[in-house]
Design a protein around this ligand. Structure first.
Ligand SMILES: [Zn+2]
Length: 66
C-alpha cells in the first residue's frame, strides 16, 4: 500500500549498476528514453558513462565505465 505508486515501469530493468573506474565508485545509472542505453554520470568527477543495451542479453550484473 504505497501511496503515490500507481504508475509502474513497463521495463523490467530501468537501471543498472556500474562502477566508475575513474573514481572507483559504484552507482546506478538509468535507462535512457529510447531504451537503447543506460546513461549516467560519475558522482565525483561528473564523467559521463554510457552502456549500450545488448540485444543478445548480458549476463553481467554490473558494468565498468572506463
Ligand atoms: Zn569519476
Amino acid at each position: 500500500m504505497a501511496a503515490g505508486d500507481t504508475k509502474s515501469e513497463h521495463k523490467p530493468k530501468p537501471f543498472i549498476g556500474v562502477r566508475f573506474d575513474c573514481c572507483n565508485v559504484y552507482m546506478r545509472i538509468k535507462l535512457n528514453r529510447a531504451g537503447t542505453a543506460f546513461v549516467g554520470w560519475c558522482p565525483r568527477c561528473t564523467k559521463r558513462a554510457e552502456v549500450k543495451v545488448s540485444k543478445s542479453g548480458s549476463k553481467n550484473p554490473f558494468f565498468v565505465a572506463t
